[in-house]
Design a binder for this molecule. Sequence first.
Ligand SMILES: Cc1cc2nc3c(=O)[nH]c(=O)nc-3n(C[C@H](O)[C@H](O)[C@H](O)COP(=O)(O)O)c2cc1C
Length: 258
Amino acid sequence: MTLLDRLGVQLPIVQAPMAGVSTPELAAAVSNAGGLGSIGVGATDAAGAQKMVQDVRARTSRAFNVNVFTHAKPTPDLSREAAWLQAMKPLFQEFRATPPAVLATIYESFLDDHAMSAMLVAAAPPVVSFHFGLPPREQIITFKAAGCVLLATATCLAEAEAARIAGMDAVIAQGWEAGGHRGMFDPRAPDDQLGAMSLTRLLVVRSGLPVIAAGGIMDGHGVRAALNLALSPPNSERRPSPARKAAPTRSTAPPSRA
Ligand SMILES: Cc1cc2nc3c(=O)[nH]c(=O)nc-3n(C[C@H](O)[C@H](O)[C@H](O)COP(=O)(O)O)c2cc1C
């Protein structure tokens, strides 16, 4: 069964989750149109996310995706942050704004947010996607038992391999061009900064997971190009198995598992 079949999604298009920007109305409209709509709940709490899930469900009976931030908790470094604030002072002045006295953590990680986790397992959305890292094994088992299809963003092969080993159902190949922010697991790790096309092809051939392409896909031609990455074997490589077909997103799209 393909991933599209599994989700009941007709079009290989995933609407990008955008925390604080994309709305339940947008997600439901995309799902109703045959793609996979997404809400990003990384910038809200459990109550806010629950309301967003309910708002999507009130507008569509089709599959949709709920996206969370699974980043490692940042370690405060007061002197480094003070230096950054000092360096940014002229920019604030340019806009007649006052810089904050200290920096605060703006996004609570899903890894630390037990209320969010309990709410999402109870709500059991058809798809849950993870950005900036992977959840622990117990949580993956719990979501799967609740019937959720699980996706994770990867910016390199190592992250995609970690996603496969963890039990993700598909991986989002997030290229260097991707808007907003790239979901690197560790911002200090070496970064090849692969573009969406090269990264998608690499993950199609090597990750062992269905691949969803993300980054700089502007229209149907970009979608077709991303789909082709799954279909045409390069001269130097073995033909990828049908289980590795990819698909794009406008910002991303779900591929097929044969
Ligand atoms: C404003 C904005 C917010 C975003 N927020 C999220 C998010 O909350 N979660 C996530 O997984 N990706 C987020 N992304 C990344 C998108 O899901 C997607 O990977 C990216 O937009 C693809 O690149 P493109 O904008 O060139 O199409 C965001 C992107 C933008 C532009």
